[in-house]
Design a protein around this ligand. Structure first.
Ligand code: ASP
Length: 349
């Protein structure tokens, strides 16, 4: 007989870990080591659950690459002792953390499932209980001794998403996340239905973590009427190596000579430019319209169908690994962790 799967639940903070203080009526973090006491239903799962706290619980708006490194370190230190990991995290920046971890983990072959909630666990109508219970069930799910979801994923409101394909789109609804350009990995109904064709295969080789993340990036969001002054300032920020330009539609931007000249000059200086659309669904395709053809000539890289959260994390990861203007583009246009549909990218390097 097989022994039950060992699952490590890592608590970082966010709404999910709050309960109402009976005396004061205010929301405060609960003692996370008492998870099973808060959610007695967990005892019915056929999994051994261990918990670890990240330190002082934080609202995920305060997450930064240092926290990502700490989280990745916890997974690394415990990798061989557990069958799967669940990370409890505020929903606001959960998609960023999921994308970052997906790039930091090398040869991941075990589930790392992030979840959280819109309402605190201690509230009557909380979505947190179901989210934790099912996230643990997914992290523990195996077939023929192999995990069913050996990748970084987000579970929220009955759906499992690939972490680096996801963004938070709703601050009100329980269904807070979307994965506009990639199928969900699983749906939880009466039973959990896995979309096996879309789930990443476990990587071979030894698991490791690449902790290097370089934050020398900036985002320039275009809008009708944006001034030359703002464009010039964004392209000339000291020590910035990558500027992600949030364009329109399928990657379109103004064709004014002062704009394209400024981009050309920046590219000639070795600044890496990325074209990522303000549209959440679909793909960037430079050259489809005249308003993006010039960007391709300048050597602006296409973000393809990557969500901006993944573009940011991937850029930090590649810069951290020492990529610079001459070899960044090739790696950026490569699908590293299932974040990009490669057939849709037209290389501009
Ligand atoms: N502001 C909270 C956070 O992201 C919201 C949540 O927990 O969902 O930490």
């Amino acid at each position: 007989m097989h022994s039950p799967p060992e699952i490590l639940v890592i608590y970082t903070g966010g709404t999910i870990g709050m309960h109402k203080d009976a005396r004061t009526g205010t929301l405060a973090p609960f003692d996370f080591s008492q998870l099973q006491k808060q959610i007695p239903e967990l005892n019915q799962l056929t999994a051994n659950i261990s918990t670890i706290s990240f330190g002082k619980p934080i609202d995920s708006s305060n997450m930064n690459p240092e926290h990502w490194g700490k989280l990745a370190g916890i997974v690394k230190d415990n990798y061989n002792n557990y069958d799967g990991f669940v990370i409890l995290h505020g929903s606001d920046t959960m998609a960023f953390t999921a994308a970052a971890l997906s790039f930091m983990f090398e040869n991941l072959a075990k589930p790392v499932i992030l979840t959280g909630s819109q309402l605190p666990i201690g509230m009557l109508r909380t979505d947190g209980k179901e989210n934790i219970i099912t996230a643990i069930e997914i992290a523990a799910a195996s077939e023929n001794g192999l995990p069913i979801v050996p990748e970084v994923a987000i579970y929220f409101e009955y759906q499992l998403y690939r972490g680096n394909r996801t963004y938070k789109y709703n601050a009100e609804h329980f269904e807070a996340f979307r994965s506009p350009n990639y199928s969900i990995l699983a749906k939880a109904g009466v039973s959990i239905t896995y979309n096996r064709n879309y789930i990443r295969k476990a990587s071979e080789g030894d698991f490791d973590v690449d902790f290097r993340m370089d934050t020398s990036i900036a985002i320039l969001s275009l809008f009708p009427g944006i001034s030359q002054h703002i464009i010039e300032a964004a392209l000339n920020i000291k020590d910035i190596k990558v500027v992600i330009i949030r364009t329109y539609g399928s990657g379109n931007a103004m064709t004014y000579p002062w704009f394209t000249d400024a981009l050309q000059k920046a590219a000639d200086r070795g600044l890496i430019l990325i074209n990522s659309s303000q549209c959440r669904a679909g793909t960037v395709s430079q050259g489809r319209y005249e308003t993006s053809a010039r960007l391709a000539q300048i050597g602006v890289l296409e973000a393809g169908d990557m969500v901006i959260e993944a573009v940011i994390a991937k850029s930090m990861h590649l810069l951290g690994g020492g990529h610079s203007a001459n070899n960044f583009g090739e790696a950026f246009n490569t699908d590293l962790r299932g974040e990009l549909t490669v057939a849709q990218v037209h290389s501009t390097t």
